[in-house]
Design a protein around this ligand. Sequence first.
Ligand SMILES: Nc1ncnc2c1ncn2[C@@H]1O[C@H](COP(=O)(O)OP(=O)(O)O)[C@@H](O)[C@H]1O
Ligand SMILES: [Mg+2]
Length: 267
Amino acid sequence: MGGNDIIRIEGLSKSYDSAETLRGVEKKGKAPVYVLKGINLRIEQGEFHIFLGWSGCGKSTLLNIIAGFVEKTTGQVAVDQEEVTKPGVDRGVVFQNADSAIFPWITVWKNVEYGLKIRKIPKEEREVIVKRCISLVGLDGHEKKYPHELSGGMKQRVQIARSMANNPKILLMDEPFGALDAQTRRLMQNELIKIWQESRKTILFVTHDIQEAVYLGQKISILSRSPDARIMETLDVNFPYPRNLASSETTALIQYIQGFFEIEYTI
Ligand SMILES: Nc1ncnc2c1ncn2[C@@H]1O[C@H](COP(=O)(O)OP(=O)(O)O)[C@@H](O)[C@H]1O
Ligand SMILES: [Mg+2]
């Protein structure tokens, strides 16, 4: 194990008891149907790591296992050398659907402050942290607004600020910009790159969008289809930020990744 690994996954498999079939593959006798099978991965401290795969391949399952929301079936998942058994403040989660993640009945400020209050952080300290996190995601001036007064992009900013307020080591993001229009999505991607560069958090980011993966990721793990989804390859992407998706290098990388999906997803 490398000295800087923050996440170590070995031989991870997951089968849902209720999963009788996956993509038309029937459960034979008592043999379980695995969504994920034999996942091995190491993620370094500070890495911006993308999980890329089409709908239903098990990306959310994988992220939720790392978050501690979903129990694995076999294998090991360790964060900072410690086996994951439950959620923790070291892992902040940002979901695709902000509406089910932030509280509609309290203001932006109170949403961001919520976790700190639960953790009984003193008021003066909370104020400093909340102010800093709201500013980090560009929501200055919107503190007193309620979620229904915010756009989709702003709600995602609230989710990110709320996660950052707990100062997690790892940010787990499940298709966080999937529901946004194209321009807002690009804006948020740029903001996230900035937040990552300033905070040096480890970010695990799930997407089914190849362009988004190549725009953001330092590493891109490409998942195969379920059942038995595995990581087909983890790519190192060393292009500097901000990236130009029209450059010959990025176009070549996008084509290379498309190649995986053409083989895997047309069978
Ligand atoms: N709680 C669950 N019970 C049974 N099957 C599930 C459950 N959650 C997800 N699955 C199945 O596992 C597979 C992967 O789902 P998911 O991790 O949500 O994929 P993705 O996020 O890549 O779209 C899907 O076939 C889905 O139907
Ligand atoms: Mg998903």
